[in-house]
Design a binder for this molecule. Structure first.
Ligand code: ZN
Length: 198
């Protein structure tokens, strides 16, 4: 039943499409927007549309940016021979916030997940391999410590090692707020990865 006018109902419906927004939150946001000054609502809507339209992938590292080459790849002060591989731009931002890393990144825009049908060709691996044709000292694999992250890390290391490039994996303990259900599988994966030839 349409309690409100159909326009308000429509606004609530579209807001509900956002992650983490249920019907109650959507209704609260909708009424908040309706009560805001019109120019402020316009600013929100225009920023959303403009950002969605202008954002693209960096030609070098595949992170989301509004330029052809992102500010990190375009910075000559960074060590371009050290590439940290992360799953997404949010992870890149997390490492950047530490301010302790001076290399560059490669953003996979996902992780390998056989369960979800996401294979190596569905993430930005080809682009990474292309970058490794240049002079690279080290590839630091910093995918998440989830099953998908570990699978991706193993896949990449196997892909890169024959090229003779140093490959490292960030240490991972129990992820804070991470998927605890995956820890046993992670331990198994790690054990499998660390096996020695007899
Ligand atoms: Zn870049």
């Amino acid at each position: 039943m349409d309690y409100y006018s159909s326009q308000i109902t429509k606004l609530i419906e579209v807001l509900e499409r956002l992650p983490g927004i249920g019907s109650k939150s959507a209704a609260r946001l909708a009424f908040h927007l309706i009560n805001m000054p019109e120019d402020q609502v316009e600013e929100i809507a225009e920023t959303m549309v403009k950002t969605r339209r202008d954002i693209r992938y960096c030609k070098e590292c595949c992170t989301l940016t509004d330029r052809e080459i992102c500010p990190i790849c375009g910075n000559p002060e960074r060590n371009h021979k050290e590439i940290m591989v992360v799953e997404n731009t949010r992870d890149l931002a997390a490492y950047e916030k530490t301010g302790k890393y001076n290399g560059v990144y490669h953003v996979l825009q996902g992780a390998i997940s056989p369960m979800l049908g996401i294979g190596p060709s569905d993430i930005r691996l080809k682009e990474l391999m292309k970058r490794l044709e240049k002079d690279v000292d080290e590839v630091i694999i910093a995918t998440n410590s989830s099953l998908e992250g570990e699978t991706t890390a193993m896949y990449i290391s196997k892909l890169i090692k024959p090229a003779g490039i140093k490959v490292t994996r960030i240490a991972s303990g129990v992820p804070v707020g991470g998927d605890l259900e995956y820890i046993d599988q992670m331990t198994l994966l790690r054990a499998l990865d660390g096996r020695v030839e007899l």
